[in-house]
Design a protein around this ligand. Structure first.
Ligand code: HEM
Ligand code: HEM
Ligand SMILES: [Fe+2]
Length: 457
């Protein structure tokens, strides 16, 4: 750790880990409901457990992004954070909001707007927290007088993510209008500005893990971000096919969203070629697994499995089925879970000095079990989804009759999800195994030659 204030990242990561564990509890509960009698039907029905599952996902991934940013910005701008105290107040407020919102769902206190179910008081706290966060980071950079492209892309993504949450604050009577704007938040987050966050974190990690030249890496980062926006903005229309808006959205959605994988393939080539051409310049091979893994799994889950159901001619059959869940899991995991776990794996040896720099054996088990588990879960959702589309949408069987016929796939889902859960359990255990110790070390500082250190002493 080069700057003392980077230690705040540890507590953000710790909260993220705890909420990740809790997210899986509600995922497993949701899956169990597909399998048989549901003793919790009246206390915690499926819609509630699913809502808790997805909301915890969003909260913990954002916590990871914020922790990652608090780690990256001091290093990139070469300055301590503007206010450590503000960062802690922000974390406490955010965590209380997250937990209170989940407890509120238990009592059905939510808006019912998928993924944006947070009631208004929670939404207002989210806005406040984002403002505190952006102010703290903005002041840090202003005081330092140094902004790199990598952190610029990262912060651009975070700032735009906050702005795109604004439509979620408004309430629309008309259902079509409500759905139309809902995607400005959800789609433009995951297929737009969050990809800037992923790209920024990935560039930071690749520059440090490989010997790749910063200038070259940052130039290609612009190209990737450009591609994301060219396809992603009008690609929003792949959610407009069946919601009651004019028909011209069908070709627009099909055409532009079919181009979206370009940026994701670009990102995978970017990661692979950085390592291949420049080699490794850092001992942390585990962090490298997560970083390159994120690029490759995104190409699979978001790129391939996204495009698989994005054309109107396919989506008219698959819309809102388990095919969507298949893609949602693989895409979210590759792009956002894995990049957060990469940041954590990279920063952790510096935050907990007892750890090995190249990653622990448990850490590698966690990586492969999660990867295998998530791949299996994706296949389980895919096979269930294909069965569902044929039986329900094409053959016209009723929804519940269909569910009975595809139940066997949920046995596979539960088995592979259990493997995945063991992988996550190991990651969390490995995270908390070594106590944090926040000692500043400038040894690894490449930009400060010994003379400059001597002069400043
Ligand atoms: C990292 C990037 C991505 C993430 C995290 C992601 C995640 C998701 C999630 C969670 C949903 C379900 C949303 C809901 O119903 O509320 C969804 C839907 C969808 N995604 Fe993605 N996605 C990503 C990229 C892509 C890409 C690149 C494509 C196309 C090439 C795509 C195509 C679709 C389509 C067509 C739907 C609608 C499915 C339906 O009609 O039910 N996604 N995505
Ligand atoms: C123990 C592991 C997990 C299990 C058993 C599980 C199970 C489930 C189930 C049963 C659903 C409801 C699907 C439906 O609507 O029919 C669901 C939804 C969802 N899960 Fe998971 N999940 C797990 C982990 C994860 C992880 C790690 C992520 C993020 C990467 C994730 C992201 C999502 C998303 C985005 C949805 C909403 C999909 C949609 O309807 O559009 N889940 N999950
Ligand atoms: Fe989308």
């Amino acid at each position: 750790m080069r700057y003392k204030s980077q230690s705040v990242a540890y507590w953000y990561f710790a909260v993220a880990m705890a909420l990740f564990g809790l997210q899986l509890v509600f995922g497993l509960l949701s899956a169990a409901k597909y399998l048989g009698p549901d003793p919790l039907l009246n206390i915690l029905p499926f819609d509630v457990t699913k809502m808790m599952h997805t909301n915890l996902l969003i909260v913990w991934v954002l916590t990871g992004f914020m922790g990652g940013t608090y780690w990256v910005v001091p290093e990139e701008s070469r300055a301590e954070l503007y206010s450590v105290k503000l960062a802690y107040v922000q974390l406490v407020l955010w965590t209380i909001m997250g937990v209170a919102t989940i407890i509120g769902y238990f009592f059905r206190y939510g808006t019912g707007n998928k993924l944006l179910e947070q009631p208004l008081p929670s939404k207002l706290v989210i806005v406040l927290v984002m403002l505190m966060f952006l102010y703290n980071i903005g002041m840090t950079i202003r005081r330092a007088g140094r902004l790199t492209t990598t952190e610029g892309v990262l912060l651009g993504g975070l700032g735009l993510a906050a702005i795109l949450y604004v439509p979620a604050l408004l309430h629309y009577q008309n259902y079509t209008v409500a759905i139309f704007y809902r995607w400005w938040t959800i789609h433009l987050w995951v297929e737009g500005v969050w990809e800037m966050i992923q790209g920024g974190l990935m560039a930071y990690l690749l520059i440090r893990l490989s010997g790749a030249d910063r200038e070259v890496m940052e130039k290609w980062l612009y190209v990737i971000v450009g591609l994301v926006f060219i396809a992603g903005i009008l690609g929003t229309a792949h959610h407009y096919y069946w919601i009651g808006v004019p028909g011209y959205w069908l070709p627009i959605g099909g055409m532009f969203s079919a181009l979206e994988p370009l940026a994701l393939v670009g990102m995978a080539i970017y990661a692979y070629s950085a390592i291949r051409r420049s080699g490794l310049s850092h001992p942390n091979v585990l962090a490298l697994h997560w970083t390159v893994g994120s690029a490759v799994f995104t190409m699979f889950g978001a790129g391939l499995l996204g495009v698989a159901h994005t054309l109107p001619s396919v989506n008219k059959w698959t819309h809102g089925t388990l095919i969507t869940a298949m893609h949602g899991h693989a895409a979210f995991y590759g792009a956002y879970v894995m990049i957060v776990l990469a940041m954590i794996s990279y920063a952790l040896p510096a935050l907990c000095p007892g750890r090995s720099e190249k990653g622990t054996a448990l850490g590698y088990w966690a990586f492969w079990l999660q990867l295998g588990g998530m791949f299996g879960m994706t296949l389980a959702f895919a096979t269930a989804g294909i069965g569902q589309v044929y039986l329900e949408r094409i053959m016209g069987l009723g929804y519940l009759d269909t569910q009975l016929k595809i139940q066997i796939h949920f046995v596979m889902l539960t088995a592979t999800a259990s493997l995945f859960t063991i992988g996550v359990g190991l990651f969390i255990y490995d995270f908390f195994r070594y106590p944090p110790q926040f000692a500043v070390s400038r040894e690894a500082e490449p930009e400060l030659p010994p003379l400059a250190v001597a002069a400043s002493n």
